[in-house]
Structure formats: C-alpha cells, structure tokens
Design a protein around this ligand. Structure first.
Ligand code: DLL
Length: 434
C-alpha cells in the first residue's frame, strides 16, 4: 500500500525528534504571547518559553483540559484573530456544553494531509470511489474525511450518515471501492447487506472506521460480512478531528502523525509520565496548529504507545486501540465501573454464542442502583435446538461479578433487537441521569 508522504512518514526518529523540538518551541512561544490562559498557567509554574528547549522539556509544561474549552466558550482559546479562522467545528460529547474548535487555512491543509495518509494506507488512489458515510456538519468526521478524498483525487461519494437503504443502493450503483463511517454503522450496514443477500454485488475493497471504541471482534465481523479489510482511524475535535492517528496494512496499532502531534501517556491520577508500553491516559500537544493549538491536552482516552519499528516502514509511533475514556466511568452502588470492563467480559465468554452488540442500562429502583446488561445472542445460538441461554447468562453474570465486584442482571436477547446506530453507538443508558 502506498505511503502518502514517504519523506515525513518514514523520517528517521532522530530527525523527527529534532523537528518536534523546533515546532514545540515555536508553539510554546506563540501561545504564551497569544493565549492568556496558557500564559497564566506558565506564570503559575514560574515557566517562560525559554525554559522549553526541546521535547525533553515537554513534561514541565502545564496540562490543558476539556473544561478549559467550556470555560472559554466559544473562541476564548483561539490563537489567531477571527479573520484567519476559516472554519469551526463543534462537539457536544456525551456530557456538558458543546465545545468549539477553529481552523486556519493552513490547519485545514495539514488536516487534509493527515487524513490522506490514512486513506493511502488503506489503498485509496485517484481511481477509487470512497463512500463517506460519516456525518457531515459540526462533527469532524464527515468534512475531515471528505477533504482528504478530494486531495488524493479519488471520487467522493458524500452521502453522510443514515438512510441505510440509500447507502446500499448507492454503494452498489456507484461502485464504491472504499467505505468510511463509524464501526457501529459499518456493522449495521454489514448486517443489512447479509440479510438482503447483496454481498455479491459489492465492489468494496476496504473501509476506514473510527470515532468510537471498537473491538477486534467487531473488526472480524465487519471484514467477514463485507469481505473487506477494516482499518481503524482515530482523532478528536480538540486536537484536529480524524487522522490524528491511523492504521497501516499491518493493522497493529495506529501511527500518530508525530510531525504535528506529540503524544504522551500519563497516569491519570498522579499525572506522572509513563514509559512506552504502559497503559494510561493519552495526552497530546499540537505543534503545528495555528487556530486552536493545545499543549498537553488530557484526552481521557486510555491506551498504550508502541515505539517498536513497524514492518510497513513508517517510523511514527503507534497507539493501541483506546479501550474507552476515563470519564466514561459509572458509579454503581458505590463501585467504579467502566463499560470497557463489561465489554472485556463479553469478549471472553463470546465463543460464537453472542454478538458484539450490547447495551448497558443503569437505573435506580427503590434507592438502589441496578445494572442490566443486554447482549444479542448469535444467529447460531438463536437457532440452536438445545438453547443453552440460561447457562451462558449465568456464566456472564459470574464473570461480571468477579471483575466488577457487583452483581449485574444479564439478558441474552434475540439477534437484531438492540437499536443500531448511524453514528457513534450508545452503549450505556444511565436512566439515573435522564
Ligand atoms: O470522533 C473524530 C473522528 C471522526 C475520529 C471520524 C475518527 C473518525 P470527537 O467527536 O471529538 O471526534 O470524539 C473524539 O472519540 O477522544 C475517543 O474517545 C473516540 N474515538 C475517536 N476515534 C476512535 C477510535 C471524533 N478509532 C473521541 N477508537 C476520542 C476508539 C475513538 N475511540
């Protein structure tokens, strides 16, 4: 598969490190002059831009947080005058007021090139047809992918998310070779294609999916049902949008565009920087962003970094699949519970009996928190004459109790009964907050 920007994507690490240092110095100086909140935080630490000589000094710099964007809503953290801001995007997230980010012309071009790296890595060329089923609008998925398809010179099919019948008709009639959307929507499309027996009419070769956590299990299902290769792409609005990192043909971690972003992993409690390979919270510093740059931004995404050389030849480090966000944590009967823990249990007991479609429902009944886990059984189990449903429910309940330390009620439900999503899946319904 072609490397979009070989000079940068395979730059020897010492040179990359040097480039990052130069860009970091530029950014810190510029933000100190232009972003009052950053200057205040530097002053509080008794730091001046001259104290930052290179990447080795990064750990001295103050962190930044999602709350900062809310507190300075909408434009308070921009580092360019508004006449240089060419586009804004916004994200409402699952909690709280929406956040707004802004891009200069240069930012939009750099974003395009990062996503173009991802699309090239999955085999998109000027003769491809890319069906872009990410939502267009404030969400960065639609327009972020769109510009890169145009940049590569492939044919864009800008269908946006939703309207599944039309998606399938278009995919077939317009000979789509590549698909971009959330993994949950890809699963939904794949199931519908299987149900309608349309697989033979597809010309799809590969797809790029992201914007939410997804498991290797989901990857398998999408690849098998659609007969394609399914690649991961990661990003967040605060840093840029899709394309902060992307998978290559090795499908073993996502290469971070390190010429634009410096990644660190920290212990979210102690804020200590952890070595490569350790699991912790991902923190990003944007070293080329003009409109809305951030230093040491706490993403809340939990994952690992891998600095081992990749067989594809790219030198940029890889991040593992984020397993979820540290702020996804629920407190149930006084116990901290992460959706990813529940997902892990489901993966372990799966063995072809259950599908990756599940939903967690938390409620409060008679002043006690309740936890219900709904999991769709597989078609095979559904049509199994012996139907060992109760046994599997019990097995999941026991595993959940030993991992979470609290009881949960597990329901194996019929295939295709959990609501499907056209965008990011809603895995948790916390009725206590409704
Ligand atoms: O989801 C940007 C994006 C669009 C990425 C299209 C990939 C494809 P936000 O809406 O700001 O931006 O949400 C960002 O989504 O902090 C992660 O928690 C999660 N996320 C994004 N990509 C992945 C992924 C877009 N590949 C938040 N795997 C991030 C796991 C992901 N989680």
């Amino acid at each position: 598969m072609a490397i979009y920007d070989p000079q940068i994507e395979t730059l020897p690490r010492e040179q990359l490190h040097k480039l990052q240092g130069e860009r970091l110095n530029w950014q810190v100086k510029r933000m100190y002059e232009r972003v009052p909140l950053f200057r205040e935080r530097m002053d509080e630490k008794g730091l001046s831009p001259e104290d930052i000589k290179g990447v080795e000094d990064l750990h001295k710099l103050p962190f930044s947080y999602k709350q900062d964007l809310r507190d300075h809503y909408p434009y308070g953290l921009f580092a360019e005058p508004m006449e240089n801001i060419k586009r804004v995007h916004a994200s409402s997230g699952t909690t709280g007021k929406q956040i707004v980010v802004g891009y200069t012309d240069g930012d939009l071009k750099r974003w395009e090139s990062c996503v173009a790296r991802s699309l090239s890595a999955i085999g998109v060329t000027s003769s491809s047809f890319v069906q872009n089923a990410f939502g267009y609008g404030f969400f960065t998925g639609g327009l972020g992918i769109h510009s890169a398809i145009e940049r590569i010179g492939a044919t864009t099919i800008p269908i946006s998310a939703g309207n599944t019948q039309r998606q399938l008709q278009t995919m077939i009639d317009f000979s789509a070779t590549h698909l971009a959307c959330t993994p949950s929507y890809a699963m939904f499309l794949a199931e519908t294609i299987e149900e309608k027996g349309l697989r033979d009419q597809l010309t799809l070769k590969a797809g790029v999916f992201g914007a939410e956590p997804w498991t290797e299990n989901m990857r398998q299902e999408i690849e098998n049902k659609l007969g394609i290769k399914a690649y991961d792409i990661y990003g967040l609005s605060e840093i840029m949008g899709p394309g902060v990192s992307y998978e290559c043909e090795e499908q073993s971690g996502m290469h971070i565009c390190e010429d634009h972003f410096i990644a660190e992993i920290i212990d979210p409690e102690t804020e200590e920087v952890l070595p490569y390979g350790a699991t912790g919270e991902l923190v990003f510093t944007t070293i080329t962003k003009e409109g809305f740059p951030v230093i040491r931004y706490r993403t809340r995404d939990i994952c690992t970094l891998n600095a081992k050389p990749c067989a594809c030849g790219r030198t940029h480090i890889r991040m593992g699949k984020p397993s979820g966000r540290s702020d996804d944590m629920m407190i149930i009967r006084g116990v901290n519970v992460f959706p990813s823990q529940i997902e892990e249990v489901l993966l372990k007991v799966s063995q072809g009996n259950i599908t990756p479609n599940y939903q967690i429902i938390v409620d409060r009944v008679n002043n006690t928190d309740t936890l219900d886990v709904l999991v769709e059984m597989s078609e095979a189990l559904f049509s199994d004459a012996v139907r060992s449903i109760e046994k599997i429910e019990k097995q999941i309940t026991n595993s959940l109790r030993s991992i979470l330390g609290i009881g949960a009620t597990v329901h194996l439900v019929n295939p295709k009964t959990i609501e499907r999503s056209e965008g990011k899946a809603k895995r948790v319904i916390d009725k206590r907050k409704l």
